[in-house]
Every structure is written in structure tokens, then in C-alpha cells.
Design a protein around this ligand. Structure first.
Ligand SMILES: *[C@@H]1O[C@H](CO)[C@@H](O)[C@H](O)[C@H]1NC(C)=O
Ligand SMILES: *[C@@H]1O[C@H](CO)[C@@H](O)[C@H](O)[C@H]1NC(C)=O
Ligand SMILES: *[C@@H]1O[C@H](CO)[C@@H](O)[C@H](O)[C@H]1NC(C)=O
Ligand SMILES: *[C@@H]1O[C@H](CO)[C@@H](O)[C@H](O)[C@H]1NC(C)=O
Ligand SMILES: *[C@@H]1O[C@H](CO)[C@@H](O)[C@H](O)[C@H]1NC(C)=O
Ligand SMILES: *[C@@H]1O[C@H](CO)[C@@H](O)[C@H](O)[C@H]1NC(C)=O
Ligand SMILES: *[C@@H]1O[C@H](CO)[C@@H](O)[C@H](O)[C@H]1NC(C)=O
Length: 798
């Protein structure tokens, strides 16, 4: 009864054609041909139409649905994107009850609906959906269930439905990106290895995943992920222009550049321009979001992705490189010169030079790195190395060597460092002169930095200066074959100190930087290294004289072989009788413990960076260095910041160094209370997962800016951060954890993600904890974070 009244009111208020879902029937036997693109099947209001659209300037046609009332007739669906129709093709609602596209010879190219299924009519609806229906109006097929790259208000993306981007802005073929609601309930964005359909790692996924049932684009212009029981899981795009929603057309599309955008367009001309404007996009910056071990990234291999002034990503080949396929602007680039000869006799060092680019990196193509070197050293080293195609000289004096093909290339103001792109002089248009001038200017730095590295003795210095002079002569005398071997400088830079030297450098162990259970750290100044400031760690009560000397040196050696920008670098050691000391680079800003729990706390964005840096450092210790190192004592006091606020892990490798000592004491727990994984207490072997646990505690402290254990709190249940944080998460009261941190509040999605990662890390069941690589990827956003189980629910079977 009420609905009838509503219907009548509706009929009175609106002209008949404007009532949504009414339709104009397309009767059986009707057809459209490519020869007359001015005829199409439109919806009652004329807002949408189905018909042929000509693609490009050749006679190729797409059977499509488009917005019919706006000038650019934006396509929202198509039938034959990978198989365009030639002139003379036809689409017909066939007498046997199917929608059929045929080529000029009458061959079927595409068809939907079932033969003899009592199809009565087809209809273009006012919401952009084309339906095939029976006489009792049961839907047999609808275009909404088979989306191409776009969804519209009223449309739902079911499990296993996906949007696949176009190949480029002019080519409608299926392209390189996919937005899919998987059958496992995860909504993800993938890059696709064109032309096969294999996907690489996901580059975006909302946080709470695993229970997604439908992606819904509702009539008010909201896009969200819903669970089967109807709960909203994640808002994907919220319509900020809600009030004017009805005066706007909406569409959401996975575009050829990999970005999912929600667009609006005014329905009638008013103050705003009659064009599509982007309301929301995912991800924020696709150049930085994609970071995966296979595939080229947002652009092809060797290409560089940057965000243009139009806020869209663009792909550019570096100088000296050209597009592999000139028609594919988003594709891979290749060197437009012949590669360097690897033969030792004729390495052609003189034929190559560098093109410099600031704030540029291909972060995943490293094969070697050297720290504490000068830029000039880095250039020479790369020139002499035929494997080196690009060297990145970072702001913290690390030389990262990279080889072909380079992936995930990006340019942007937050990237830092300088890319030195090696190119052949003869084939390139680069001005070689300015590079040469720069080299001469840098000769002195070369000598100084070289000697700092090698300064273990006067003889070494003399030798190095001799080498450098030789090199300069060669350079001035020009083009004599080959340079002197210029490698071997890194690797020998672990210096052996005498106790006396360190006593002097620390001014008699005067200025203490920190103290721990087994050691004290002092500040020291090395006069013979230009007054370089270092940190000297004096190990206490180690062993009696002579004992375990070889073990000590072996371990020191293994620590010294670690080389990562998020680890505090070991510079030297002293092993003299009972004196065992380690010399590290000095970290100006000190440990994060001071910057988290005091009044002047680190900003949210800095804390985010510290979390990611620390995860990277730990990941390296666990997975990438030659012998796996379990840290065993991850806590804020062991995460130090340099002057650029890059976080570096300190004190690693100590577990092994102290092993002998530990067996003599009653407790085998070396970690610090509050950060120690429960595994320690069970008689279980110590694995990398103990570090993951401690990292989880650290991560919680980082995001919440408070200590794990605090007595002075308002409520008793807030005393232990681990328990309180999980409780807040469970009760959906994140704001309690965020407190008054406005920057974090604005970034609440990331806050929640980090919280979830932390909860995964602190699982009592060590098998449930992810490894550090996964943790790192989750924090960076390249791997989805699923909902963690209750961390405290695990009952040990012993
Ligand atoms: C299509 O346009 C391109 C450039 O716009 C032109 O080079 C090409 O010849 C045109 N093709 C035809 C068939 O007109
Ligand atoms: C469309 O066709 C069906 C089946 O023949 C019929 O029931 C319905 O009334 C028609 N609708 C319109 C708007 O003509
Ligand atoms: C679109 O790109 C695909 C993949 O490179 C190619 O095979 C196809 O020919 C292109 N289509 C047009 C119309 O250029
Ligand atoms: C669309 O979803 C939003 C957010 O869930 C909700 O506020 C709004 O009422 C919904 N609109 C309709 C027409 O369902
Ligand atoms: C609905 O499902 C979600 C996810 O499966 C779950 O978290 C939530 O508790 C459920 N809500 C209700 C009311 O059943
Ligand atoms: C670059 O020069 C080398 C010889 O120096 C030549 O073999 C090669 O073909 C050139 N590359 C191009 C793209 O012309
Ligand atoms: C590629 O190298 C050739 C030969 O040196 C040169 O003529 C051409 O201009 C280069 N192409 C580009 C795009 O730089």
C-alpha cells in the first residue's frame, strides 16, 4: 500500500522517463551496425547508451556502454576490448534469445545469454546496466556482473569479479593492472605481467581483509567493502560532495596507469567545469607504492616513474635509454648504446660517463654496496665494474651499485640521493665536459676519504696516495689503457685498535653514552682520522685473558661484514688481553628511547619512518647477511638515529659474542624484560621469531609513544601496553591509543595498519608471527595485513 503511494508521488513529481530502473525495451531481432554509429540503444532518460564506438582513427569498433549525455561519451563497459570489431560488424538481440556480436562475415565474435532461455527483451537501464530479461522480468544476464575497468553507482563487485585497466590512454585492450575481490575475501590491486595474466605481489589492499564479500558503489556515491553479514569492513572512497551527489555523475575506474580513481562530473552546466574531476584515488602515489621483486613496477623496466603536474604518474626513460616499444609509453626502456666490455684487457672505462639525476632511485636492483665512500670513489668503482649500470650515491655516503634491468624506478622529492646512470660517451648526447670538470674538483675529496678508510697505518696512507697520484696522472695524461685497479678499498676498513689508543681517544673513558648489562659505551675522538667522532663499546667481565680470542675475532669479523644503512656500522675493535672493545660509528641523535617517552617526542611521520627503517635493518640481519644474526635485544635503547634521523640498529651480533659468557650464568635470557618473547621461558630453541616479538613491542611503543609497562596510568588495564592495545583494537577504540597526536589521527588508517602488524608480531604462538620480511612489506604497504588472532590465546601444548 505505502509503496503504491510512493510510486504515485514519484509519478507526480518526476517526468516518467526520470524514474530510475524504468526501461525502453529492445525487442528480439533488433540490431545495430558499425556503419551507423549515431544509432544506439539508450536508457529511458538517455543517460546511458549501448552501441558501437569507433576507437582510434582506423576503422575499429568497440561494443560499449557510455555516458550518453556528456560530450566525451565516456565508456563504462565494453564487450570486445581485446578484439575490436571491423567495419560491417553487427550486434543483435538474436531471435534465439542472445545478445550477439558478429564480424562482417557473420562470424560470432562475442555473445551473452543462453539460447532458448525464454529471453523476452533487452534493456539499457538508467543506471548504466544493460540487462537481458525474461517475460517475467527475471534477469538472464547483466553487464554489471561483467565489469571491464569501471564500476558505477548501484553496481556491486562480487567475489572473483575484477576490474582490469586499459593498456594505455588510447588503447582499450586489457592492460597491466587488476583490482580484484578475491574469493578469499581480500580486495587487492595487482600488477599483471602483460600479456600473460600472472600477477605480481599486491601493491594495495585495505587493512582489514579476509572477510570481504562485496564491493558496493552505492547511490550516494560511497564505495565500500562489505562483509557477508552486511557489516561495513572498509570505506574505499567516501563521497565528500555528498550534498551535491545527485547533481553529479559518478564512476570509479582502474585506469591504465594503475590508479583506481573515483570521478565525478556535473550533470548540468553550472559553475563547475563540465568535465570529470577526480574525487579520490588509490594509491596516493603509485610510483612509491609499487615495490615488488618481479615486474618493472609502475612503469616498465629501466623506466622512471614520477608524478606529473597533472597528478598522474608518468614514465620516462633515463638519458641514453629509449623505449623498447616506441608505441608503449609506459613500457620498458633499453640502453641505446652497446654494453660495456667485460674483458679485463679492454674494459673501455674511458668510453663511459655518468648522467646524474637527483632524487632518483631503483630501490630493488642492488647487487653491491659500499659505505663511507666519496661520490667520486663511487663513480670510479662503477665505471670499472662492467656489471654496474647505475650507482646510487646516497645522502649518507653509501654507494649502491645496480644492474640491468632496473626495476621500480622512481623520481620524487622524498627519495633523496643521486643516481649516476652509466652511459656510453660516443652514442650519447650527454655533455661529457661538465662531468670531467666535476671529477677534477673532487680529486682532493677522493684522497681524503680514501685515506680515512685505509688509515690503519702511515704506510697504507702513502700507498693510497701513490695510487691516487697514479690515477690522476693517468687522467691528465688521458686515454692510456685502463685505470689502476681501484677496488679493494672497502672490506679492509675494519681497524684493529690498541687499548691505549682507545683510552686516549675516549679521554680515559670519560664521556659515557650509555650502559647495558654487559657493556658501557663511550664517546671517542680519533685524532688520527681528522677528529672523527666514534662510539667505543667496552665489554665488561668478559673472559679471562686469552680465552676465546679466536671466537671473538671471528665474531667481530662476521659483524663487520654486515653492511646496511639501517645498522650501526662497526668500524674497528680492540682485543688485547682481557680488554675487548668495539668501535662503532657515532650516532648523533642518540637512541629513540629519548625521543619517544619524553616531552619532545618524534613526529608521527618520523616514527613511521623509524619503524620501517628498523624493520629493514632486522630483515637484513635475519635474511640477507652471509650468516644469519639474531639480535635478541631489540628495544628502543638499541635503535639509534643519525643526524638525518635515519634509524639504525645497534648492538647486533652481541648474542653470539656473549654466548660463552651466558652459559656460565644461571639465566639464558639475554633480552630486556618486557621485550622478551615468551619462547625464552619455554624450553624452545631461540629463533629469529624472538626478534619479531620484540619488534612488535617496539612498534607498539613507537606508534603509541609510551613504554610497554607504565605504572602511572589512569586505568589499571592500561598498564601493559600489549594488552591495552589489543583491547582498544578489539573494542574499536583506536583514538584512546592515538591520544592527542593530531598527525597520527589524520593518518588513522596507517595507524591501524601498524597496530595490526604489531599484534601479528606479538603472537604468543611463534609460528603465527610473520617473518621480518613480511613485516617490512606490510609496513611499507606492499603486502596486505589480515586480521590477527588474539595474541594471548595461545596455549602451549607442553
Ligand atoms: C592515424 O593517426 C596517426 C597519427 O595521429 C597517423 O600517423 C596515422 O597515419 C593515422 N592512420 C590512419 C589510418 O589514418
Ligand atoms: C518490455 O517487454 C516485456 C516483455 O514483453 C513487457 O512485459 C514489458 O511491459 C515491456 N516494457 C516496456 C516498458 O515496454
Ligand atoms: C593495444 O595494445 C596491445 C598490446 O600492446 C596491442 O597488441 C594492440 O595491437 C594495441 N591495439 C591498438 C588498437 O593499438
Ligand atoms: C551509502 O553508503 C553510505 C556509507 O555507508 C551511507 O551513509 C549512505 O546512506 C548510503 N547511501 C545509500 C543510498 O544507501
Ligand atoms: C559480520 O562479519 C564480520 C566479518 O566476518 C565480523 O567481524 C562481524 O563481527 C560480523 N558482525 C555481525 C553483527 O555478525
Ligand atoms: C653505439 O656505438 C657502438 C660502437 O661504439 C655501436 O656498435 C652501436 O650500434 C651504437 N648504438 C647505437 C644505438 O647506435
Ligand atoms: C640512439 O642512438 C643513436 C645512435 O647514436 C642516435 O642516433 C639516436 O638519436 C639515439 N636515440 C635517442 C632517442 O637518443
Amino acid at each position: 500500500m505505502t509503496s503504491l503511494v510512493m510510486l504515485l508521488v514519484g509519478l507526480l513529481l518526476f517526468p516518467l522517463s526520470a524514474i530510475a530502473q524504468s526501461y525502453q525495451n529492445v525487442s528480439l531481432g533488433s540490431s545495430l551496425t558499425t556503419s551507423d554509429v549515431t544509432s544506439f540503444w539508450s536508457s529511458p532518460s538517455d543517460e546511458f547508451a549501448l552501441g558501437f564506438q569507433k576507437i582510434g582513427n582506423e576503422s575499429r569498433y568497440l561494443l560499449a556502454i557510455w555516458f550518453n549525455k556528456i560530450t566525451d561519451k565516456t565508456i563504462v563497459w565494453s564487450a570486445n576490448r581485446n578484439n575490436l570489431a571491423l567495419d560491417g560488424s553487427k550486434v543483435q538481440l538474436s531471435a534465439d534469445g542472445r545478445l550477439v556480436l558478429t564480424d562482417p562475415n557473420g562470424q560470432e565474435m562475442w555473445a551473452r545469454g543462453m539460447a532458448n532461455a525464454q529471453l523476452a527483451y533487452g534493456a539499457m537501464l538508467d543506471n548504466g546496466n544493460f540487462v537481458l530479461a525474461t517475460s517475467s522480468s527475471d534477469t538472464l544476464w547483466q553487464s554489471f556482473n561483467e565489469p571491464t575497468d569501471t564500476i558505477l553507482p548501484g553496481q556491486v563487485l562480487n567475489q572473483d569479479n575484477s576490474l582490469v585497466s586499459s593498456f594505455s590512454d588510447t588503447n582499450v585492450s586489457s592492460g597491466r593492472f587488476e583490482f580484484i575481490l578475491q574469493t578469499d575475501g581480500n580486495l587487492v590491486l595487482y600488477t599483471v605481467n602483460y600479456p600473460a595474466e600472472a600477477t605480481n605481489a599486491a601493491y594495495w589492499s585495505p587493512m582489514s581483509v579476509g572477510s570481504g564479500y562485496q564491493v558496493i558503489f552505492n547511490q550516494s556515491g560511497f564505495i565500500f567493502l562489505q562483509a557477508k553479514n552486511g557489516t561495513l569492513i572498509n570505506s574505499i572512497s567516501s563521497n565528500v560532495e555528498n550534498s551535491r551527489s545527485q547533481s553529479m555523475y559518478h564512476r570509479a575506474i582502474l585506469e591504465y596507469d594503475g590508479v583506481f580513481r573515483h570521478y565525478v562530473h556535473p550533470k548540468s552546466s553550472g559553475r563547475e567545469p563540465m568535465a570529470w574531476s577526480s574525487l579520490y584515488n588509490i594509491p596516493d602515489n603509485i610510483c612509491l607504492s609499487i615495490r615488488q621483486s618481479t615486474g618493472g613496477g609502475a612503469c616498465g623496466f629501466n623506466s622512471l616513474c614520477s608524478i606529473g603536474t597533472d597528478q598522474r604518474p608518468r614514465c620516462d626513460c633515463p638519458l641514453g635509454y629509449i623505449l623498447d616499444d616506441p608505441n608503449d609509453k609506459l613500457g620498458s626502456c633499453r640502453q641505446n648504446f652497446s654494453e660495456q666490455n667485460c674483458n679485463h684487457e679492454s674494459r673501455e672505462v674511458e668510453s663511459f660517463t655518468f648522467h646524474e639525476m637527483l632524487d632518483t632511485n631503483w630501490p630493488d636492483s642492488d647487487y653491491e654496496s659500499h659505505r663511507d665512500v666519496s661520490e667520486d670513489w663511487c663513480r670510479q668503482n662503477c665505471l670499472n665494474d662492467c656489471f654496474c649500470d647505475v650507482a646510487i650515491y646516497s645522502d649518507d655516503n653509501v654507494c649502491w651499485k645496480k644492474r640491468y634491468p632496473l626495476s621500480n624506478g622512481r623520481v620524487g622529492p622524498t627519495i633523496g640521493g643521486k643516481a649516476l646512470i652509466k652511459i656510453r660517451k660516443d652514442n650519447s648526447t650527454v655533455g661529457t665536459p661538465n662531468v670531467e670538470i666535476r671529477k677534477k674538483k673532487n680529486q682532493s675529496t677522493l684522497i681524503i676519504s680514501g685515506s680515512v678508510l685505509l688509515a690503519s697505518s702511515v704506510f697504507m696512507n702513502l700507498f693510497l696516495i701513490l695510487l691516487a697520484l697514479l690515477y690522476i696522472f693517468k687522467f691528465i695524461g688521458k686515454k692510456r689503457k685502463r685505470t689502476a685497479p681501484y677496488s679493494a678499498v672497502p672490506g679492509v676498513n675494519l681497524r684493529s685498535f690498541s687499548y691505549k689508543e682507545l683510552e686516549q681517544a675516549t679521554n680515559g673513558f670519560k664521556e659515557e653514552l650509555g650502559t647495558g648489562a654487559f657493556s658501557t659505551v663511550y664517546k671517542a675522538v680519533l685524532d688520527d682520522e681528522n677528529g672523527k667522532v666514534v662510539a667505543v663499546k667496552k665489554l665488561r667481565n668478559m673472559v679471562t685473558e686469552g680465552e676465546g680470542e679466536e671466537v671473538f675475532e671471528a665474531e667481530v669479523n662476521s659483524i663487520s661484514r654486515t653492511n646496511h644503512k639501517n645498522l650501526v656500522q662497526l668500524l674497528g675493535f680492540c682485543n688485547e688481553g682481557q680488554h675487548r672493545l668495539l668501535v662503532y660509528e657515532h650516532m648523533k641523535t642518540g637512541s629513540i628511547a629519548h625521543l619517544l617517552f619524553k616531552d619532545s617526542r618524534l613526529s608521527w611521520s618520523k616514527r613511521v619512518q623509524v619503524a620501517i627503517d628498523t624493520a629493514k635493518g632486522l630483515c637484513y640481519l635475519h635474511e640477507e647477511c652471509s650468516t644469519q644474526i639474531i639480535h635478541c635485544d631489540i628495544k628502543p635503547q638499541n635503535v639509534l638515529l643519525d643526524e638525518n634521523l635515519t634509524a639504525k640498529i645497534a648492538d647486533f651480533g652481541m648474542a653470539k659474542l656473549l654466548k660463552k659468557h651466558q652459559t656460565q650464568t644461571t639465566t639464558r635470557i639475554r633480552g630486556t624484560k618486557g621485550y622478551v618473547a615468551p619462547d625464552w621461558f619455554r624450553s624452545m630453541p631461540v629463533t629469529v621469531k624472538v626478534d619479531v616479538y620484540s619488534f612488535g613491542v617496539l612498534l607498539l611503543e613507537l606508534i603509541c609513544c609510551r613504554k610497554n609497562y607504565e605504572q602511572d596510568v589512569a586505568n589499571e588495564n592500561e598498564m601493559i601496553l600489549l594488552e591495552w592495545a589489543y583491547d582498544c583494537y578489539k573494542r574499536n577504540k583506536l583514538h584512546l591509543l592515538v591520544g592527542d597526536d593530531e598527525e597520527a589521527l589524520e593518518d588513522i588508517k596507517r595507524f591501524e595498519k601498524f597496530l595490526l602488524v604489531a599484534i601479528w608480531c606479538i603472537q604468543e604462538n611463534l609460528a603465527s608471527r610473520p617473518n621480518m620480511k613480511k613485516v617490512m612489506l606490510m609496513l611499507e604497504g606492499s603486502v596486505e595485513v589480515s586480521i590477527p588472532p588474539d595474541p594471548f590465546s595461545f596455549v602451549d601444548s607442553i
